[in-house]
Ligand binder design. Structure first.
Ligand code: PLP
Length: 459
């Protein structure tokens, strides 16, 4: 083990990491030193294709000089000033206008900024409670989130996340959180049920939950337009219009968590655009700056903003904000990132090349005896491994087949992500070309070849 790796294991408290395995070396480390385009290089000089854009965030790829230059220039000119009490800076004004006019779903009025998807979703929930209190709807406290959702790992966002590992031993405040189904047609639909019937089943369950709890106790429904970390699950046919009809009927606010889906990931500007969702509130992060700077945004609709604004006449200043809200370096990184997204037509590229990669994965592995499903939209897709695809029987979870595939892919120079029970996730940068997509397929094929014959033989 190099001294750099030893120092990492001794001093750095990593997120989402098995502490004991990391400390003892049982968990293989990776120290990345450089990035260019879709490629990363580690400190030992090994090259990788980044098939997951970091954590589905480096949408324009690594090493963009123009973003670096504009951030450096901004840093020299004005590195920081706060945005409390109506103070502002030039980049954040320009960015807010651009988000409202060009990138956010129609009907949004204002943008609030944070540093991460988690803090932005924390803001969302505080705003929803604040809004209802101003309106005198003091009973409306509960938030509906979906099973297998990921909304962050803050206090309330950790509770909204529907993945048990984010809850265990953390004393999450669940008393205001309700859980509804993750609409996973492949995994959860009864045999012979159509997608539309499965949608009807999910929506009926949502309606029943609302009735059971009392509609006037429910403040909001939060969801990713397409589930990401919980397994990359495209919504079944008709899902979003039907869900929205239920929410509208009960006057329940809709928070679209676009942290992954936003800024082209699904081959549309937003997941809302892709699925025709009309949200009250939208959360952005990740692709907003392609992770060149930590920046998140909360967009609020005109109607919602009107309530906050008129409420301030009675309640005064709203006591919410962060030191780094509207940080000029984040804003300038976002502006440079959006320039690249627009100039290089990366939303369209995500649609075309993403569709091509999905086709290639289906053609290469659709009949594989350990593959149950290959799904995705735009540049976000997954391969679902299964012990017996015919009966949809999963491998025992403790075998962690997908983790073995991901390790083998790394040996082949491809970084992809193990999600849930035996899902292998792909989310390459939006600049990925067809040739890159071919190379991703070649490398994952080699990883499958390395791991799956043994697994299939041992069934
Ligand atoms: N929301 C979604 C949909 C996410 O995927 C994530 C992170 O992956 C978050 C929120 C939280 O973002 P962050 O990790 O920046 O706090």
């Amino acid at each position: 083990m190099t001294s750099l790796e030893q120092s990492d294991r001794r001093h750095f408290f990593h997120p989402g990491t098995h502490a004991y395995d990391h400390a003892t070396g049982a968990l293989k480390g990776l120290i990345i030193s450089e990035g260019r385009g879709i490629h990363l290089t580690d400190v030992e000089g090994r090259e990788y294709i980044d098939g997951f854009s970091g954590l589905y965030c480096v949408n324009v790829g690594y090493g963009r000089e123009e973003i670096a230059e504009r951030m450096a220039e901004q840093c020299r000119r004005l590195s920081y000033y706060h945005t409390y009490v109506g103070t502002s800076n030039e980049p954040v004004i320009e960015l807010s206008q651009r988000l409202i006019e060009q990138w956010a779903p129609p009907g949004m009025a204002k943008v609030f900024y944070g540093m991460s998807g988690s803090d932005a979703n924390e803001t969302q929930i505080k705003l929803v409670w604040y809004y209802n209190n101003i309106l005198g709807r003091k009973n409306r406290k509960k938030i509906i989130a979906r099973e297998r959702a990921y909304h962050g790992s803050g206090i309330v966002t950790g509770a909204l996340t529907g993945l048990p590992v984010y809850h265990a031993n953390f004393d999450c405040p669940f008393d205001r959180v309700l859980r509804t189904l993750c609409p996973d047609y492949y995994r959860d639909a009864e045999p012979g049920i159509s997608e539309s019937d499965f949608t009807a089943h999910c929506v009926a369950e949502l309606e029943a939950l609302i009735q059971r709890e009392g509609p006037d106790t429910i403040a909001a429904f939060i969801a990713e337009p397409m589930n990401g970390t919980g397994g990359i699950v495209p919504p079944p046919a008709g899902y979003w219009p039907a869900v929205q009809a239920v929410l509208r009927r009960h006057d329940i606010l809709l928070i679209a968590d676009e942290v992954v889906c936003g800024f082209g990931r699904l081959g549309a500007r937003t997941g809302c655009e892709r699925f025709g969702i009309e949200p009250d509130l939208v959360t952005f992060a990740k692709g907003l700056t392609s992770a060149y700077a930590p920046l998140s945004a909360v967009a609020v609709s005109e109607g919602f903003w009107d309530v906050l604004m008129s409420g301030s006449r009675e309640h005064g200043m709203m006591g919410h904000g962060w030191t780094y809200s509207g940080h000029p370096l984040g804003a300038v990184a976002a502006l440079a990132n959006l320039d690249i997204m627009e100039r290089e037509r990366l939303v369209e590229n995500a649609d075309h090349v993403g569709g091509y990669l999905l086709e290639r994965l289906r053609a290469s592995f659709g009949d594989h005896p350990a593959v149950g499903d290959i799904r995705g939209i735009g540049m976000l897709m997954a391969i679902q491994l299964m012990q017996d695809p015919a009966t949809r029987t999963p491998f025992p979870a403790q075998r962690r087949i997908n983790a073995n595939v991901v390790d083998a892919a790394r040996e082949q120079g491809l970084l992809v992500r193990a999600l849930g029970t035996d899902i292998v996730g792909f989310a390459p940068p939006l600049i990925t070309t067809r040739q890159d997509a071919d190379e991703i397929v070649t490398r994952i094929a080699a990883a499958f070849e390395d791991v799956l014959p043994r697994v299939v033989a041992a069934k």
